[in-house]
Design a protein around this ligand. Structure first.
Ligand code: XUL
Length: 526
């Protein structure tokens, strides 16, 4: 019998599945189901319920449950050997919260396979909708909690991050203030990840150290609920939160609902889920401390792993628990390819190849020319006022502007990841701009580090499948090394290695100070 493990990822817009075969080390099945298209009756747009207030972004927990039913039905129809799946794990969009009443535990324990999940779950919610990570309506609650916890530095050092509007604690506080009666009727608060794990396990599931760290409620070092944070957030909160556990921990056998309806093995294990970013870290193969991945997408993100917990005193970066043990960081630079595209359009550059050719025409360091591309308010560094700032740079010089924007973006990454105190040995690059060798060379030179390209679709669902395998093996007292487990699933693209040019690296080493001064000046002006 094949050793199959199923990983699910419930993201903002879709639910994805990846099935891996541990013996052949292959992904044997992949599927994604788009919420808007597959479940139009929920009337979401890009996974979000329509609403009048642009700051408020909610979705529906019933939509996520209905998607789970639909995806299992699809897998059965596609002939996936569900009876050979040994364990299931998953990941969810981070920060989103689900509010369950006192009927929930009994309903989960007796899911009727003759009805849909949606029907089974009727009457178990203390709040019909779930605020998700795109919600930014809790500025006041962020200020309240941060103040009670002693300011930015202390909030970050205790909970792993400064308070952020999308984080679950500020969201819970807002709910408890606006709807005190509904809050009082809330018996359990789940995250998207732990809610879906609860459906599979047929009982209220723990929250893991990765997703738990996205709440401003968990003590990042002790990995337990921080009583001061709980008190600063809402009354009676400790009774409403589940226990914390390692991602992948076996909760118990999967609910008979999935056995009878879809043919899962009655002994298949339901495990603790995590957040999509922690799962991606595993799916990208970042296991050893000091490994770094940079995703050059709409926003640029910097993922790093570290053994000891370091937090960002400036409160810009996040620290989460990693499913592979230790910690991970997430630093999000909003003006990523969003800004690069604006520059490309401004100079009417046909494509990224030509963009790269223009960059190659200019010298590393750009003769001191720097462009700060804050087309939109920036997350890192914190910049509320959008603005484009040029230093020693002629706006008419297209080539110099192309180099200037990318160098600035990479210098910003280097500067704002220094708090991690991690010197990466190798950086894995993914996302659109990672296909451009000229840009990758700039990245290698600025970071003074070897860069390899990695192509992983569905990295969160793959990470979740690996997490299921890890949890299942651990529960059998089988010694399992993460590095061995991910090997083969997450290898970088052969021949894509780029080594830093030592001379250029020196140029950037010196340029970093100049860049930091430009940032300070621009932030002041902005
Ligand atoms: C991370 C965050 C997003 C969501 C996306 O802090 O808010 O990356 O996890 O699903």
């Amino acid at each position: 019998m094949a050793k199959l493990f199923l990983g699910l990822d419930s993201s903002t817009q879709s639910l994805s599945a990846v099935v891996i075969d541990l013996d052949t080390r292959k992904v044997v099945y992949e599927k994604s189901l788009n919420f808007d298209q597959s479940l139009p009756q929920f009337k979401t747009r890009n996974g979000v319920l329509p609403g009048r207030d642009p700051l408020v972004k909610h979705s529906s927990p019933l939509l996520w449950a209905a998607a789970l039913d639909l995806l299992f039905a699809q897998m059965k129809q596609d002939g996936v050997a569900l009876g050979q799946v040994l364990a299931i794990s998953g990941s969810g969009q981070q920060h989103g919260s689900v509010y369950l009443n006192e009927k929930a535990a009994a309903a989960l324990a007796s899911l009727n396979p003759k009805k849909t999940l949606e029907k089974n779950l009727e009457g178990i919610f203390a709040r019909k909708t779930s605020p998700i990570w795109m919600d930014s309506s809790t500025a006041k609650e962020c200020t309240d909690i941060r103040k009670k916890l002693g300011g930015i530095k202390f909030t970050a050092s205790r909970t792993g991050s400064d308070t952020f509007e999308r984080f679950t604690g500020p969201q819970i506080r807002k709910f408890s203030k606006l709807e005190p009666k509904a809050y009082a009727l809330t018996a359990h608060i789940a995250l998207v990840s732990s809610f879906l794990a609860s459906l599979l396990a047929g009982k209220i599931a723990p929250i893991d150290f990765g997703d738990g760290a996205g709440m401003n409620l968990m003590d990042i070092r002790r990995k337990n609920w921080n009583q001061d944070a709980l008190k600063a957030t809402a009354p009676g909160l400790s009774k409403k939160l589940p226990p914390l556990a390692n991602a992948g921990t076996v909760i118990g056998p999967v609910s008979p609902y999935f056995v009878e309806k879809y043919g899962l093995n009655p002994e298949a294990a339901a495990t603790v889920w995590t957040g999509d970013n922690p799962a991606s870290v595993v799916g990208l193969g970042l296991i050893k401390p000091g490994q770094v991945a940079i995703s050059l997408g709409t926003s640029d993100t910097f993922f790093g792993t570290m053994e000891k917990c370091q937090t960002d005193e400036s409160g810009e970066g996040h620290v989460f628990g990693s499913p592979a043990g230790g910690y991970m960081t997430l630093i999000c630079f909003k003006n990523g390819s969003l800004a690069r595209e604006k520059i490309r359009e401004h100079y009417q550059i046909a494509d990224w190849k030509q963009f790269g050719e223009l960059v190659a025409k200019t010298p590393p360091g750009n003769n001191g020319g720097i462009l700060l591309p804050w087309f939109e308010a920036e997350i890192v560094p914190r910049v509320n006022q959008p603005g484009i700032h040029r230093f020693n740079l002629d706006e008419k010089d297209a080539a110099a502007n192309c180099r200037a924007i990318f160098e600035a973006q990479m210098l910003s990454m280097r500067l704002h990841s220094q708090w991690m105190q991690v010197a990466p040995e190798r950086i894995f690059a993914t996302g659109g701009a990672a296909n451009n060798p000229v840009l990758l060379q700039v990245l290698a030179d600025v970071m003074n580090c070897r860069v390899s390209r990695i192509e992983v679709s569905k990295s969160a669902a793959l990470g979740a499948a690996l997490q299921a395998a890890h949890g299942w093996l651990t529960a059998r007292q089988t010694e399992v090394k993460w590095e061995k487990l991910v090997a083969g699933f997450t290898a970088p693209v052969p021949g894509s290695d780029i080594l830093p040019n030592k001379r250029n690296a020196k140029v950037y080493e010196q340029m970093l100070k100049q860049y930091a001064a430009c940032e300070d000046e621009a932030k002041y002006v902005g």
